[in-house]
Design a protein around this ligand. Structure first.
Ligand SMILES: *Cc1c(COP(=O)(O)O)cnc(C)c1O
Length: 378
């Protein structure tokens, strides 16, 4: 039961709108793999996967076996790519739930073969996507291991090379030299794979930034994540990206639970970090860093009350935050407060929180804690 007035509204129709918009951008040659990792960037992986499937999403991408299993338990039948591969011992779960694993090591191949044999799977029934490193130096097969890996794949009784992919380090930096190098390297690796007699169905390199800004990275599949949730990224560097008009999917709301009128010179909150410069009406909202409301907004960020921007004053606590209501005529206990989202003519984006916290919008969205209930709306 959720009775504390602190909730997130997730608009599934906006999610579907964003999916269709990105699909139109890349149609017809590109298959979208909608990334729903990290609980769909905090939006809720099961409901978002169901909505994306209903919108016609042909693929979903997750970053753990557990998350793939959760999607399946939500009755979602769409192919699911486990983009980071799987950990020792998860291979049978991967096959049982019909998840498509990324592979990047010989150990992955050995484990999948043992699992396929143990489960009595037919020959050539286990599709995988080979992840190759093109310069991110994180996960991915090193190009030097490619010939031996392809020989091993060719001999495999169960495994089929369905896809090849890599990931860019600086796609949102429009003139990044390393992105150009990674794109060239990926092409070269694809050519080597083809020369060895393989013809993987899917070739993919692009995240949101590359999908929006670099058609040369599309190949025949892209993997947008943050775009689906309505954020078109802060791009940097030389170049221009046409805005798509994506809509933020998540709104975060609360209510004023207490007010107090204080005299000039009164200090507010932990460490008395803010002092009232004049007679001030303080409003208290039941949200804090324990909900993922970043403490970097202390005496810096703002919220919306009665359609107006209202400054946060004092340090954000674990469960409570204080705002300055002095300028908001009639503000009272029970008023709805928007932390992220729209109210009247005004709007606060998660990117604003990211700017104060000197981080990326991804961290703000993923940081919304599980104790904030997600309410799904059309
Ligand atoms: C997270 C992720 C994506 C999506 O990234 P966005 O920037 O959110 O579009 C794509 N591919 C991989 C491998 C990822 O880990």
């Amino acid at each position: 039961m959720h009775t504390r007035p602190n909730w997130a509204e997730v608009s599934l129709s906006r999610l579907q709108h964003n999916f269709h918009t990105v699909r139109e951008l890349t149609a017809p040659q590109v298959t979208l793999c909608s990334v729903v990792k990290c609980d769909a960037y905090g939006h809720g992986v099961v409901r978002c996967s169901q909505a994306l499937e209903a919108a016609g999403a042909p693929w979903l991408g997750v970053t753990s076996t557990e998350e793939g299993v959760a999607v399946r338990e939500g009755q979602v039948k769409t192919p699911v790519l486990v983009m980071t591969g799987f950990w020792r011992g998860e291979e049978e779960e991967v096959l049982r739930h019909d998840l498509t694993p990324a592979v990047a090591s010989f150990e992955h191949l050995d484990a999948l073969e043992s699992a396929a044999e143990a489960l009595g799977r037919p020959a050539k029934s286990v599709p995988v996507h080979l992840k190759v490193d093109t310069g991110l130096s994180r996960l991915g097969l090193d190009e030097s291991e490619l010939p031996r890996f392809l020989e091993r794949l060719a001999r495999s009784p169960y495994i089929v090379l369905q896809g090849v992919f890599s990931h860019l380090a600086s796609a949102e930096v429009l003139d990044a030299a390393d992105a150009t190098e990674q794109i060239a390297r990926f092409r070269q690796i694809l050519a080597r794979i083809e020369a060895a007699g393989f013809s993987p169905t899917y070739r993919h390199l692009a995240n949101t930034a590359a999908t929006l800004a670099r058609p040369e990275t599309w190949n025949n599949m892209t993997r947008p994540g943050v775009a689906l949730y309505g954020y078109e990224l802060p791009f940097s560097g030389n170049g221009e990206v046409k805005p798509l008009g994506l809509k933020p999917v998540l709104a975060w709301k609360t209510r004023i639970i207490a007010t107090r009128d204080i005299a000039p010179g009164t200090r507010v909150g932990y460490n008395g970090a803010w002092t009232a410069p004049r007679a001030t009406r303080i409003g208290v909202i039941p949200v804090g860093y324990g909900d993922g409301f970043t403490r970097h907004l202390s005496s810096a960020g703002r919220v919306l009350v009665r359609g107006e921007y209202t400054p946060i004053v004092g340090n954000i606590s674990m469960d409570l935050t204080t705002v300055d209501l002095t300028a908001i005529a009639g503000a009272e206990i029970g008023d709805e407060v928007v932390l992220i989202g729209e109210q009247g003519k005004n709007q606060i984006l998660a990117t604003e929180h990211a700017r104060f916290a000197q981080t990326v919008v991804y961290e703000i969205l993923c940081g919304l804690s599980p104790r904030v209930p997600r309410i799904y709306t059309e």
